[in-house]
Design a protein around this ligand. Sequence first.
Ligand code: GDP
Length: 139
Amino acid sequence: MATNRTFTMIKPDATGAGHTGAILDKIIKAGFSIKAMKYTRLSAERAGQFYAVHKERPFYSDLVDYMSGGTIVAAILEKNNAVEDFRTLIGATNPEEAAEGTIRKLFATSIAANAVHGSDSDENAQIEGSFFFSDLEKF
Ligand code: GDP
């Protein structure tokens, strides 16, 4: 995957609250194009694998329960400077600290249920995209 791509998930709190369309609209209007998208659900095992980097954190089991507790939308997005620009669009991890107008400020309810994921590096965008889309090289 090229460095103009990032990976996102719309998380269970946001899909469950009916925010999927509004969040996708914000993403598209911010200039990202959707290269691949999947409406799916993570098992607890797969959620644990995705967030393995946080295994030692006190919130790990809550995070796994939450991320496997409902529908998610996984997508690969393309734009110049995608990783950094998408992190700006979603805002800080804790919605109370997120800037006005960001997706987390608008739609997140807590630091745990924070509406969206965005990769934090080009390398992780590649790894995380491959976690959901096995045929990445085709698009
Ligand atoms: P991100 O890169 O902004 O998503 O933040 P992190 O990589 O630090 O954390 C990954 C995810 O774990 C966050 O998006 C939250 O869903 C969750 N998380 C982070 N910090 C906390 C916390 O203190 N408590 C709980 N319950 N969840 C957290």
